[in-house]
Design a protein around this ligand. Sequence first.
Ligand SMILES: N[C@@H](CCC(=O)N[C@@H](CS)C(=O)NCC(=O)O)C(=O)O
Length: 324
Amino acid sequence: MSTLNKDQPEILKWASPDGEFRRKASSFRNTISKDPNAIYTAEKDRYHLYVSWACPWAHRTVIVRSLKGLDNLIGLSVVSYILGEKGWKFNTPEETPGAIPDNVNNAQYLRELYFKSDPNYGGRFTVPVLWDKKTQTIVNNESSEIIRIFNDAFDDFTPETKGVTYYPENLRTQIDEINEWVYDTVNNGVYKCGFATTQEAYNRNIEPLFKSLDRLEGILSKNEFLVGNTFTEADIRLWTTIIRFDPVYHTHFKTNKKTIAHDYPNILRWARQIYQMPKISDTVNMYHIKHHYFESHKQINPTGIVPINNGPDLAQPIIESKNV
Ligand SMILES: N[C@@H](CCC(=O)N[C@@H](CS)C(=O)NCC(=O)O)C(=O)O
């Protein structure tokens, strides 16, 4: 058992006593619907999204909000990049460039929204949070569900993106199947390696991660995207992890068997292709990403030093590397 865990405040304890990191299920799981009689019906200016630029889960929701043209329908607040003992904090952009304060609830810390929704809340205070201004509560705090809500619930307000779907009906089985192993071994896999506090827990998770990256490289050597030639939520969900891989996870989470830049030419081609789609690069804040991980997890990086590498330049021209 690790002694590390004992010295940490409760909120900064990531691993279980056996050294393995187990992500807790999100608590607020409601949906928003086009039905005017639903509790949470789709309306302009009713909902607000709370995110961190640093967080790969929250990043998915920012991407779909932007691609679906919801920026003027659903407001946005962005926490500061440091996750401290009281959790995520709101700062002004003068204090933290890139931060957007909470002008809906005027909260200082994200946790206030959780207690406003449920005074007995006992879970973690995570981003993303989708907030309903009308009922003063959290609708949903699970990124995979928020992106499905954004995918179609507001279509009646956005004629220009109406019907644009990242979860097309004919591809759902394939998307769900990919999401499942990518979530377990890659999205969450990097955390299981990085937050492990025993060698055994790290060993158990590092091989499945690289096995999955090898598998993804194989898929992307034949296809443009994860599911054939259609850009879907499976790509969005993986992409936010991949762009953090070389600059953060490789060092900070000790996932240093290979890098995207040198060992995965097809994943790199795909990552560049998505980065260069309209609106996507605006959702990437590498300063928040790097400074969040290296400065917040003091149990892994006690000095808080932020290493220099920003990962491969995603704005570079795309080099076709299929079937190499
Ligand atoms: N399953 C959640 C995970 C969200 C999550 O873990 N967010 C992290 C940031 S990357 C967080 O807010 N952590 C704060 C904490 O656990 O105290 C989702 O996909 O929405």
